[in-house]
Design a protein around this ligand. Structure first.
Ligand SMILES: [Zn+2]
Length: 353
């Protein structure tokens, strides 16, 4: 029985705005870190190294070491963590996904704070506590740590290829089906949902889908996307698990990751699975299809030539990904229904092959 109020970790630094990449030193100065280690994703030191180095220097923060993260195997990252010199006070991760996952896990192992500086926002990983690393060659989400700081430069996010923005959109709209799954799980007597986590996750996605935009690269639209993905991290921290932002649609995507030789970006796979599951749940699928149409998400997906048969296989596998959960996809007849939707739905017939 839960009788006490929650104690959760919330980032102390939160900066989302234009030009932040040139101001990292100032933005983290208030935390009084004097010595930091920076990990860049591949190719990113060339792009952002000078700006970050200079701004840290101006703020009198010493860089103990700069690393490039290419291999995110659990073993490699653990070894790297214990190579960090003892005078390092914080880790900074700059990248799309890998560098941040790596830094997250290293900071967890070494009990150090870390600052997350995403250069693209293809999913909510830059704000969440779980680290997605390779265990025996397969991506697995390991418990890690909520960032001490999150710094996002809207101009940097904007300069990343469109596919990363689409992936972020897909990952965020999935809150709608995830929350419905979570409610279903509670109604089936399997779990007790967290009302506060539910509210944050719901507000995050609703605020985003109600934002007016002309183009997915509008500043306000991107800021909404980033802010809402950050709220996802917080909602999962409150819940103590990923349920408020990850339901049946995520299980389908995780299944695709398991057997596809080259999976697509997380949020791309999740976005399509969200559309399918919203139809199965018969809940808000018009809203989901509206945002995915208006952003041109579906048109983007069409260029990827994802296969109907892969989605069907993933639907069959999905319950086994998390056998202890009880989402819509864990029910036999819903899987039959989902596969039927893939065959019959007009949009899916257009975007999948
Ligand atoms: Zn996700």
């Amino acid at each position: 029985m839960k009788t006490s109020t929650h104690r959760i970790a919330i980032p102390s630094i939160l900066e989302v705005g234009k030009g932040n990449i040139n101001n990292v030193g100032n933005l983290i100065k208030k935390a009084m870190f004097k010595n930091v280690l920076i990990c860049f994703g591949e190719g990113l030191e060339e792009l952002f190294g000078d700006s970050i180095r200079n701004s840290l220097k101006e703020a009198n923060i010493v860089i103990s070491r700069i690393e490039t993260i290419s291999d995110i195997s659990f073993e490699k990252i653990s070894i790297k963590a214990f190579e960090i010199s003892n005078d390092v006070e914080a880790l900074i991760g700059v990248g799309g996904g890998k560098a941040i996952d790596a830094v997250k896990y290293m900071s967890f192992l070494r009990k150090l704070p870390f600052v997350s500086i995403p250069t693209s926002t293809s999913n909510d990983g830059f704000s969440s506590a779980g680290a997605s690393l390779l265990v025996n060659g397969r991506r697995m989400s390991l418990p890690a740590k909520t960032p001490y700081g999150i710094i996002v430069d809207i101009d940097v996010i904007k300069s990343a290829p469109d596919k990363f923005i689409y992936s972020g959109i897909g990952d965020l709209v999935s809150n709608i089906t995830a929350l419905y799954d979570w409610k279903f799980e509670e109604e089936s007597g399997k779990v007790i949902i967290d009302d506060f986590a539910t509210m944050i996750s719901k507000k995050a996605v609703n605020s985003f889908i109600r934002t007016e935009f002309n183009n997915i690269k509008d500043d306000l639209f991107l800021k909404e996307l980033v802010d809402s993905l950050i709220l996802n991290g917080i909602s999962m921290e409150i819940a103590g698990n990923s349920s408020p932002a990850s339901g049946s649609e995520h299980l389908i995507s995780h299944a695709l990751d398991k057997f596809l030789e080259v999976p697509q970006l997380h949020g791309i796979q999740v976005g399509i699975a969200t559309y399918i599951m919203a139809k199965v749940q018969n809940h808000r699928f018009e809203r989901i299809s509206k945002i995915l149409k208006e952003t041109n998400f579906f048109e983007h997906v069409k260029t990827l030539e994802m296969k109907k048969k892969d989605y069907k296989k993933a639907i069959d596998m999905a319950p086994s990904i998390k056998p202890n959960r009880y989402t819509y996809i864990h029910v036999d007849e819903n899987r039959i229904h989902a596969k039927k939707i893939i065959d019959e739905d007009e949009i899916l017939n257009y975007v999948l092959i």
